[in-house]
Design a protein around this ligand. Structure first.
Ligand code: TMP
Length: 237
């Protein structure tokens, strides 16, 4: 597969065209950002580890019948993916209260809510990716109500699958962010990465943070935590 020009560069990844108009290459960088790009760093090999982690997770989700953009892992930093039009939405799922919800509503981090919390953020850098609801999403043209219904159904299946995958390796899935896209034939699929950059992952016994909060909060040992997640996922049967 011949890799052509770069057509998109995000904070942690680049996208390249290929000879096939329906396939793109997603390249994982070592760049890390937090707080909407205010805090920045390079973490050596982070892109390689996230590619490996995301590959394991996507293969598991696909084995459970969840539609995704994933096609193949080409090398240590590149994945071949279906070309999709990304919904300009970040779907956040919270199983345990942490991060922005803890701050915004003054609920202690680690509190287990009686329900699962679903949030939408509008992907718009100049607005700072604001929190919106379903009606806002429809009003700004980010998705239709029918598309949101599919997105929520998939999100629920993905949450249940991810909770089980991580629990199998002694990790609590606190919260995570996912994105969806639409393929050229109109299918809504999971897209982007799932990794310690996009999820809060705590050791079930010690509550040790094994995710990007180690970078956001200057806790140190960032790459060791990501490697710990990768090593644990490798033990999955
Ligand atoms: P938050 O507590 O900062 O709102 O984040 C909730 C979860 O979503 C957390 O696992 C980090 C992830 N997330 C991203 O991956 N990208 C983002 O831009 C945001 C805001 C959150």
């Amino acid at each position: 597969m011949k890799i052509l020009d770069k057509f998109y560069e995000g904070k942690a990844k680049q996208l390249y065209r290929t000879e096939d108009p329906n396939l793109v290459v997603m390249h994982y960088k070592d760049d890390t950002t937090a707080y909407n790009g205010i805090k920045k760093a390079q973490i050596a090999n982070k892109g390689i580890i996230n590619n490996k982690i995301s590959t394991i997770i996507y293969k598991r989700l696909m084995a459970l019948g969840i539609p995704t953009h994933y096609v193949d892992t080409l090398n240590e930093r590149d994945q071949l993916c279906k070309r999709v039009t990304i919904f300009p939405l970040e779907v956040v799922v919270r199983n345990i209260i942490a991060g922005s919800m803890s701050r915004r509503l003054d609920i202690p981090e680690g509190t287990k809510p009686i329900n699962t919390i679903y949030e939408l953020c509008y992907k718009n850098d100049s607005l700072g990716d604001p929190l919106i609801n379903d009606h806002h999403a429809v009003a700004v043209g980010a998705a239709t109500y029918d598309e949101l219904k599919v997105i929520y159904e998939l999100t629920d299946r993905i949450n249940n699958a991810l909770k089980n995958i991580f629990l199998e390796v002694g990790v609590l899935l606190v919260d995570f962010k996912i994105e969806f896209g639409k393929t050229s034939d109109g299918e809504i699929v999971l897209a982007d990465e799932i990794s310690p950059d996009t999820a809060r992952l705590w050791d079930v016994n010690t509550n040790r943070k094994l995710d990007k909060d180690r970078f956001r909060r200057d806790l140190g040992d960032v790459i060791d935590a990501y490697l710990d997640i990768y090593n644990r996922l490798q033990t999955l049967k």
